[in-house]
Design a protein around this ligand. Structure first.
Ligand SMILES: C[S@@+](CC[C@H](N)C(=O)[O-])C[C@H]1O[C@@H](n2cnc3c(N)ncnc32)[C@H](O)[C@@H]1O
Length: 275
């Protein structure tokens, strides 16, 4: 009998998984991703005690199966880092005091926050730019479809390897050293925690938030979607952004042709204008 890791992912099963993933997440799995898909799902097969993708796909025929969530968790790409694309945090540091001059309420959405390094880097930036935010109401909403990374994000406990991009000064002010089971790890400081709220959200399901947001950061997320979904998402962001607001995209992303209402104001940073 084949072990889960050697089980071949047949054409029919791959097509079914591609369809399911597209419908449930908007993520496009090109044919070139078949090997990657197989290696990510082999862990699911092993966890379920299966050795054949036909049985796995049969399990997914049941729409109510909890395996749908596990499939999404296994397929998403969650690469992230503290201060990834530093220029956005410099931009935010300059933007925040300007916003605070004219408004008390500041709302930021980290859409596709993965394991939290992005929203926590934003929270640190908020403290640095606005101090204790006295008299202000500042919040970062951090969302992701993947429940596993989201749990890590809200725990806010990171391995020494993850905090390498964090300066030693910021480590002192914004983290505490883990103890007990977190020995050797770094924990986001308590005073930063009220600034960030984590929620599971599929970007292609209805959004419960009303906005308006002053900044939406959707970096290294739309790259996985097809053109139609990119347009749908960017138009949705435009609606939810307030006046004088901004959008950040990832380093290899840009405003999809056909979408209006965003002008470039720096590296993958856009200001909302009337569409
Ligand atoms: C590569 S990570 C980017 C993390 C962070 N924004 C950054 O740039 O470092 C992409 C994230 O988008 C999430 N994602 C993918 N499809 C999604 C969807 N339909 N709804 C919500 N999140 C999604 C994935 O789970 C993943 O954590």
């Amino acid at each position: 009998m084949l072990a889960a890791e050697n089980a071949p992912l047949g054409d029919r099963e791959f097509r079914r998984i591609v369809d399911l993933v597209r419908t449930r997440t908007g993520i496009e799995l090109a044919d070139s991703k078949r090997q990657l898909c197989q290696s990510r799902l082999s862990r699911r097969l092993r966890a379920l005690g299966l050795t054949d993708y036909r049985d796995y796909v049969r399990m997914l025929d049941n729409d109510a199966s909890p395996e749908h969530g596990e499939l999404v968790n296994a397929i998403t790409t969650n690469v992230t880092a503290f201060y990834r694309e530093m220029h956005h945090f410099d931009f935010l540091r300059e933007l925040l005091p300007k916003l605070a001059k004219t408004q008390k309420r500041i709302r930021i959405w980290s859409a596709g926050c993965s394991s939290g390094e992005e929203p926590w880097s934003m929270a640190i930036t908020i403290r640095e730019a606005l101090g204790d935010c006295a008299g202000l109401d500042v919040k970062v909403l951090a969302t992701d479809i993947d429940t596993q990374v989201l749990a890590r994000a809200s725990a806010g406990v990171y391995e020494a390897e993850n905090i390498k991009p964090v300066s030693s000064k910021r480590l002192q002010t914004s983290f505490t050293k883990g103890t007990g089971p977190n020995e050797g790890k770094w924990r986001i400081a308590d005073d930063l925690r009220p600034l960030v709220a984590f929620k599971q959200l599929n970007l292609f399901a209805p959004w419960p938030m009303q906005g308006p947001f002053d900044l939406i950061s959707c970096r290294n997320v739309i790259i996985y979607f097809d053109t139609e979904n990119k347009i749908r998402l960017l138009r949705g962001y435009h609606k939810l952004l307030g006046e004088n607001s901004h959008l950040f995209l990832g380093h290899s992303e840009s405003i999809t042709p056909g979408v209006t209402g965003f002008v470039s104001v720096g590296r993958t940073a856009y200001r909302k204008v009337p569409a």
